[in-house]
Design a binder for this molecule. Structure first.
Ligand SMILES: [Zn+2]
Length: 76
């Protein structure tokens, strides 16, 4: 089984899965988007698992024992 998957940058990844287990064993760039700013996104190059994830919307930080959740891209 194989399928294509849109990436957050606009590129498209080709994902190939094992027919026995269904686990993805190959993920490569199939089509580079014109607006993509990731230099490594060249057709046929490997796509790492974390590149399939959406951009984080917040981050948890801990300073001096105090834990805070900061929203990324938001103005205070
Ligand atoms: Zn890209």
């Amino acid at each position: 089984m194989s399928y294509t998957l849109p990436l957050p940058c606009g590129c498209t990844a080709y994902v190939s899965c094992s027919p026995d287990t269904g686990v993805a064993h190959t993920r490569v760039i199939e089509c580079r988007h014109a607006a993509c700013r990731v230099r490594s996104h060249v057709r046929g190059t490997k796509v790492f698992l974390w590149e399939l994830l959406p951009a984080p919307r917040s981050v948890v930080v801990q300073v001096a024992g105090v834990t805070r959740t900061l929203r990324l891209g938001a103005t205070p």
